[in-house]
Design a protein around this ligand. Structure first.
Ligand code: C5P
Length: 231
């Protein structure tokens, strides 16, 4: 039954703007949204709160398997995430948590523990799936696979702007090196490394505004999913 529910898989490195695009597409098409990075971040946060070593694969995988999380829409439609009943906001979005997430995401047992949970987000009328391996591993049969890229400098600049808008302070130089470290780990890991699926459409967004990227993605989605042009 799940097979008939369309999925748009959106993959790419950190800070490329996937989150903004996916939220926009989900609102525009009335589709569900999977923020798969949040699941890895939540696993890392829960493991750190239990004082586990991030390389302790079996314990961290047990945390992933038992994650008690809830995604709710805030009054303005923006997502609110709860871990064990308590809202996690800035903690989850911090670069420290992003880095810890990329460490636990390299552990095969953790990825296996989160696989079905991610697939369960596929519900009618459709799903926008944001991550690193949406098109390659989690939804290999997705109707449309997008792979977003942008230069490392531009991604660091975007992440810096996003954090400052959220009232978080970060040095551009530190951000650039953290993003580079995280990308290298995500690209080089043995399981589900960050790479475009063979049938993905690659969008280089370095010189594009978010509005242009949204328009290009929507046009591709409309064509692939057979939606009306003005959807
Ligand atoms: O997308 P976000 O920055 O929230 O992801 C945090 C980390 O989680 C990434 O750096 C990556 O290591 C990991 N991740 C992953 N597979 C996904 C989504 C995120 O390995 N599908």
């Amino acid at each position: 039954m799940n097979a008939r529910v369309p999925v748009i898989a959106v993959d790419g490195p950190s800070g490329v703007g996937k989150g903004t695009l996916c939220q926009w597409l989900a609102n525009r098409l009335g589709f569900h949204l999977l923020d798969s990075g949040a699941l890895y971040r939540l696993t890392a946060l829960a493991a750190l709160r239990r004082n586990l070593a991030l390389e302790d694969e079996s314990r961290v995988a047990a945390v992933a398997a038992g994650l008690e999380v809830e995604f709710r829409a805030g009054t303005d439609g923006s997502p609110r995430i709860f871990l064990e009943g308590v809202e996690v906001g800035a903690d989850l979005r911090s670069e420290t948590c992003g880095n810890a997430a990329s460490q636990v995401a390299a552990l095969p047992a953790v990825r296996a523990a989160l696989l079905q949970r991610q697939r369960d987000f596929r519900r009618s009328p459709g799903l926008i799936a944001d991550g690193r391996d949406m098109g390659t591993v989690v939804f290999p049969d997705a109707e449309l696979k997008l792979f977003l890229t942008a230069s490392a400098e531009e991604r660091a600049r975007r992440r810096h702007q996003q954090l400052s808008e959220q009232g978080m302070n970060a040095s551009l130089k530190n951000l650039a090196s953290e993003i580079a470290e995280r990308d290298a780990r995500d690209r080089q890991r043995a399981v589900a490394p960050l790479r475009p699926a063979a049938d993905a459409e690659t969008l280089d967004t370095t010189h594009s505004s978010i509005a242009e990227v949204c328009d290009r993605a929507l046009a591709l989605a409309a064509r692939r999913l057979g939606l009306p042009k003005n959807c």
